[in-house]
Design a protein around this ligand. Structure first.
Ligand SMILES: Nc1ncnc2c1ncn2[C@@H]1O[C@H](COP(=O)(O)OP(=O)(O)OP(=O)(O)O)[C@@H](O)[C@H]1O
Ligand SMILES: [Mg+2]
Length: 236
């Protein structure tokens, strides 16, 4: 289980995240809802070891405190981030990008098996394994980004707005693949602008407002919550 305890994130004097606590277990999808600037990406970056963790905060993986470890130690612990900009290498092929994901020690021995799993999760990538990523559609590039994260054999996958810019069709495909990932006992922390889809697939969710958690409920309860409906589901 990933446990984020009392996390605050500062950018200079500006406090973007304030004492946020979030947990994600293997085999569950947890959605994080929040307006632009609420601090969602900051929480994910911190959970991936990319931001300094303040004294009284902690990030634990299966009970082990990894707060002050370098980012690659977070990957070794089983945490993989797919950032909003996807961070893939446009001039490399699909296969080369995927293989880059297999660098952590925890993944090296099972590289072939993990590659097969990624290819069966995203059959399109199999067809295009030798294609340069630059020439692929946004949806296909997102599959490469998630596939590369999967190559690190994660226990917890952190996804920052994976459906951004995808057609409804590809979006549906993407969400189906998230369900498959969950069924492989991987936990997913999902930041999603499409709150309706996010809540539809998630088991639980958090609401982040101005850097603070203001709600933590099952997806069912969040979906019928008046404030959530108004703010994120376009309801009245
Ligand atoms: N590198 C940075 N330097 C300074 N301020 C930052 C930086 N990154 C984020 N912020 C600020 O921190 C706050 C939270 O940003 P963050 O990107 O975490 O929000 P978000 O919820 O992901 O928003 P969005 O929905 O727009 O992606 C914002 O006010 C933002 O301007
Ligand atoms: Mg963001």
């Amino acid at each position: 289980m990933l446990e984020i305890r009392d996390l605050s994130v500062f950018y200079g004097q500006h406090r973007a995240v304030e004492e946020v606590s979030v947990t994600v277990s293997r085999g569950e999808i947890v959605v994080m809802l929040g307006a632009n600037g609420a601090g969602k990406s900051s929480v994910l970056r911190a959970a991936a070891g990319l931001l300094p963790v303040m004294n009284n905060a902690a990030i634990l993986m299966d009970g082990r405190d990894i707060s002050h470890c370098p980012a690659d130690e977070f990957v070794e612990a089983g945490i993989a981030l797919v950032p909003e900009d996807r961070a893939i290498f446009a001039d490399l092929t699909v296969l080369e990008n995927l293989k880059l994901g297999a660098y952590p020690k925890r993944a090296r021995q099972k590289e072939r098996e993990n590659l097969e799993n990624v290819m069966s999760l995203f059959p399109k990538l199999e067809e295009r394994r030798r294609q340069k990523v630059r020439s692929m559609s946004g949806g296909e590039q997102q599959m490469v980004a998630i596939g590369r994260a999967m190559m690190s054999a994660p226990a917890i996958l952190l996804l920052d707005e994976p459906s951004l810019g995808l057609s409804p069709l590809l979006c549906g495909e993407l969400f189906r693949s998230l369900a498959v990932i969950r069924s492989a006992e991987i936990g997913i922390l999902l930041v999603e602008q499409n709150a309706k889809r996010g809540l539809a697939i998630a088991d639980r969710g958090y609401v982040l407002e101005n850097g603070r958690v203001t709600g933590s409920e099952s997806s069912e309860i969040l979906s019928s919550d008046e404030r959530v409906r108004k703010a994120y589901l376009g309801g009245d």
